[in-house]
Design a protein around this ligand. Structure first.
Ligand code: EPU
Length: 422
């Protein structure tokens, strides 16, 4: 296993090229199951989660080959509609093959994904969406078994206790594109990754209206064809490096970043003293003031503040002048990073799903453990400003979602490297 070692204290300056979006790429790869034709997906990030999805596609009888940032998916020898526990259990997002398999074959068997370190992650909305358009679903021996002779368009309300769901919207959308008649998804997720998925499905011949709004209308078609498609830049990677620029008092140009995908973060960074300038083909982020000002954040569904940037924002707040408050509304238990940050000398107290961060703390480098993808990124940020050396173990979490993070950060002045764990 690898670990990351960071020598704190460097100001980041220079250009980072942003990778394609992991969370757009995963459902788009699943959508290739809807056709037997060849699909070419470019700007796809080289990440462990994407490799897992390619393995799942192979296990379902597809030929999925990467070359640089392009992935070619074509039909293989024999199709299967069973996604096995061994693969699904390594990545929760694999549930997103359920909708396309059901729509293509009239039958799908997908391992129940189970829990995850950021808290319980139910799939009731996925099942509700598919049932509403005619699927008969049962759970047997740890598998979701979905069947439908013919899916039929219907009105589907997809709101849950925590608002909309990104992957439940993706699953329902991908099943509805081949259903008979019109499906209207109400309380659909509005995330840019859903817009990107709809863009790919449209390129395949689907008829979709309203993606990016809470009401998405799908007019079913008989068949979809192959398509070539370019994935959007990763807004969470962008956000992580935007925070890094402000935290280290640095000056970064994030090539290919789209500011319209990160407006909630932009708003908060401005409050802290960060400056964000839109440029041709990217954005520049730097800090104007000597001190970082404290702020408060509540995570929410898009266009609210993303839960996937909550932990990284906490690292910024540790360095702020004053007390900051972060409330997590999407995953109320997504706070495992707090204990590791406190090991580095932060003063963070948790009350329910609200973290109270006493700023102005000087962090001291320490051995810490990554617990999930975004928590790991937050520890990297904390390590960048800590005094001395920080060693982050279990960084396989980081490799799930950040392409070449140590190379990208080293190139802009960070002292960060990868070592084998003893
Ligand atoms: N929810 C339900 N029922 C469901 C599905 C979700 O109640 O059937 C709840 C969840 O418990 C949560 C909320 O709805 O409280 C939102 O969950 P959502 O379904 O939107 O999450 P997801 O689609 O499984 C995606 C991202 C996550 C990101 C969330 C929220 C992918 C592959 N994953 O997950 O990304 O945190 O949306 O924005 O797109 C990450 O990249 O680190 C990551 C965890």
């Amino acid at each position: 296993m690898d670990k990351l070692v960071i020598e704190g204290g460097s100001r980041l300056s220079g250009t980072i090229r942003v990778s394609g979006s992991k969370n757009a790429c995963l459902p788009i790869l699943a959508a290739t199951l809807l056709t037997g034709d060849e699909c070419n997906i470019s700007n796809s990030p080289d990440l462990r989660d994407v490799s897992t999805m390619l393995e799942i596609l192979s296990s379902l009888g597809r030929r999925a080959v990467r070359s640089g940032d392009s992935i070619k998916v074509s039909s293989g020898e024999a199709d299967s509609h069973t996604a096995l526990y061994e693969l699904v259990s390594t990545m929760r997002a694999s549930i997103v093959v359920l909708g396309p398999l059901l729509a293509k074959y009239g039958e799908a068997k997908v391992s129940f994904p189970g829990g995850c370190v950021i808290g319980p992650r139910p799939i009731d909305l996925h099942l509700k969406g598919l049932r509403a358009i005619g699927a008969d679903i049962s759970i047997k021996e740890g598998y979701i078994i979905a069947r439908a002779k013919k899916l039929r368009g219907a009105q589907v309300y997809l709101g849950g206790h925590f608002g909309s769901s990104v992957l439940a919207t993706a699953n329902t959308l991908m099943a509805a594109v081949l259903a008979d008649g019109k499906t209207v998804i109400e309380n659909a997720a509005c995330e840019p990754e859903i817009v990107d998925l709809a863009g790919f499905l449209t390129a395949m011949g689907a008829v979709i209206d309203g993606a990016g709004t809470p009401t998405v209308t799908v007019s079913g078609v008989k068949k979809l064809k192959g398509a070539d498609y370019r994935i959007i830049p990763d807004r969470i990677e962008v956000g992580t490096y935007m925070i890094a620029a402000v935290l280290t008092g640095g000056d970064l140009f994030l090539e290919e970043a789209r500011i319209e995908h990160n407006l909630a973060l932009l708003d908060k960074l401005k409050e802290t003293g960060g400056v964000v300038r839109e440029k041709e083909n990217g954005i520049r982020v730097y800090r104007e003031r000597e001190v970082i000002r404290a702020t408060d954040i509540t995570t929410n569904t898009y266009p609210g503040f993303p839960t996937d940037l909550q932990a990284q924002m906490m690292s910024l707040m540790i360095g702020a002048d004053g007390i900051s408050v972060i409330t997590e509304k999407i995953y109320p238990d997504r706070f495992i990073h707090i204990s590791e940050m406190n090991r580095m000398g932060a003063g963070i107290r948790l009350e329910g799903s609200t973290a109270i961060i006493k700023g102005n703390g000087t962090l001291s480098g320490a051995p810490v453990m990554a617990s999930d993808l975004r928590a790991s990124a937050a520890l990297v940020l904390a390590g960048l400003v800590a005094e001395g050396q920080t060693e982050i173990s279990r960084i396989y979490h980081l490799d799930r979602g950040y392409e070449h993070i140590e190379d990208k950060l080293s190139a802009v002045g960070a002292k960060i490297w990868r070592e084998k764990e003893q």
